[in-house]
Write a protein that binds this ligand. Structure first.
Ligand code: XUL
Ligand code: CO
Length: 438
């Protein structure tokens, strides 16, 4: 026990009329929605890095949070104190999952041997903690972007020695994720991209990335890891051009290297908006290509263009996202990880709870709205009817590859009518969504 959250009672569901800021109003974990409980649908995860590692510093100022485990050296004792605090938080919040980077949980390391030893030492402790906790591991990942050695990328680095270090980190983190029962493993591109083309061989770097991810997949089979591997698209920040800029780009890359049936995506709304897409677009593109995996829920700020990683609070946006997630079959191994951080002035332990309670309530409402939208068939009925022409006749033959330009052109001339445009009913459909957002 860390003692850090002792003054906060376990968070309970009290319903929408409750005045208690430290209670759930909508996140009723056991409530059934479309045949599954809210907890089973959402698979909520708390992330280690924003909540327990970041100390509140920004580019102009020092840390503001004063969390005791971040006060001194990041040694094994501090890593264990942080682990205690993290599991105390998980127990009080009661969410089913957490996520971590290797460097979030372990004592700082400089050499490869130190990395292996320090990581192994904390993985033993995490395993012990998990043995009497409800919280399971949603996914693990290796941080290959913070240390200066990764300045020019990890697997896309011009120096193969850096790629060796990356291989070491991913091997150990994937094996730890497997040992801890993780449902997935995430590869965020970090610095896999470039700042100036003048010093970069893009073709060479893409080849390195393709080979590296192939080796990760091979290792997954070698160790018998049954979870999924997901790439997390992001268009820029930290590098100007990231190779995995959005879901469609990632799909093209996976297809090029024959990985499209092995690797899916972990979508983050703030990354989607930085790429000029909305959240539901990224979800539906992933559904269309069959690579939907998991979500790092958060939001950006519409007035600025960087990755502010704020907790989500837009009910309509998340109703839309949950609608397309459910339409695609919902989460399987993936879940709702909050890759979000409280603002720098929100320095108290309570603030971490307010942030997660509010976002879990928001997602529960969005889920219930989305389920009602699905059941009403108002959107799907409209779309099905809009594409009904493709079920029969030449439309069906075209999709089956059984017609050609000659036959279609002849059919058009025989009918000899210019097709009459049909309304797309955008405003009507937007009204439907508004009326289901409650
Ligand atoms: C960075 C980001 C990461 C990944 C994991 O923008 O989202 O935290 O989710 O490395
Ligand atoms: Co993320």
């Amino acid at each position: 026990m860390s003692g850090y959250f002792d003054h906060i009672d376990p968070i309970k569901f009290e319903g929408p009329d409750s005045d208690n800021a430290l209670a759930f109003k909508y996140y009723d974990a056991d409530k059934k929605v479309l045949g599954k409980t809210i907890e089973e649908h959402l698979r909520v995860a708390v992330c280690y890095w924003h909540n327990f590692c970041w100390d509140g510093h920004d580019i102009f100022g020092a840390g503001t949070f004063g969390r005791p485990w971040n006060a001194g050296l990041n040694d094994q004792a501090a890593a264990e104190e942080k682990l205690d605090a993290a599991f105390d938080f998980f127990e009080k919040l009661g969410q089913p999952f957490f996520c971590f980077h290797d460097t979030d949980v372990m004592a700082a390391a400089e050499t490869p041997k130190e990395h292996v030893e320090n990581f192994a030492a904390i993985v033993d402790k995490i395993e012990a903690k998990m043995s009497d906790a409800k919280t399971k591991l949603l996914w693990g990942t290796a941080n290959m972007f913070s240390h200066p050695r990764y300045m020019a990328g990890a697997s896309t680095n011009p120096n193969p020695d850096v790629v060796e270090f990356s291989a070491l980190q991913v091997k150990h983190c994937l094996e730890a994720t497997h040992r801890l029962g993780g449902a997935g493993y995430v590869l965020w591109g970090g610095r896999e991209g470039y700042d100036t083309i003048l010093n970069t061989d893009v073709g060479q770097e893409m080849e390195q990335l393709g080979r590296f991810i192939t080796m990760v997949v091979e290792h997954k089979y070698k160790i018998g890891f049954k979870g999924d591997i997901w790439i997390e698209p992001k268009p820029h920040e930290p590098t100007k051009h990231q190779y995995d800029r959005d879901v469609a780009t990632v799909y093209g890359f996976l297809k090029t290297y024959g990985l499209e049936n092995e690797v899916g995506v972990n979508i983050e709304p703030n990354h989607a908006t930085l790429a000029g897409h909305n959240f539901e677009h990224e979800v539906e593109i992933a559904n269309a290509f069959g690579i939907f995996g998991s979500i790092d829920f958060n939001r950006g700020d519409p007035q600025n263009g960087w990755d502010t990683d704020q907790f989500p609070n837009d009910l309509r946006e998340n109703t839309m996202a949950l609608y397309y997630i459910l339409k695609g079959g919902g989460f399987k191994n993936g879940g709702a990880n909050f890759d979000a951080k409280v603002r720098r002035q929100s320095k108290d332990p309570e603030d971490l709870f307010h942030a997660h309670i509010g976002s879990m309530d928001l997602l529960a409402r969005a889920l219930m709205n989305a389920a009602e939208l699905i059941e009403s068939e108002k959107l799907s009925g409209f779309v099905d009817q809009r594409y009904a022409g493709w079920k029969t006749g030449l439309g069906a033959k075209m999709l089956q590859g059984k017609t050609n330009l000659d036959e279609m052109a002849t059919a058009a001339v025989e009918k000899n009518v210019s097709p009459v445009p049909i309304s797309g009913r955008q405003e009507y459909l937007e009204n439907v969504v508004t009326n289901f957002t409650k």
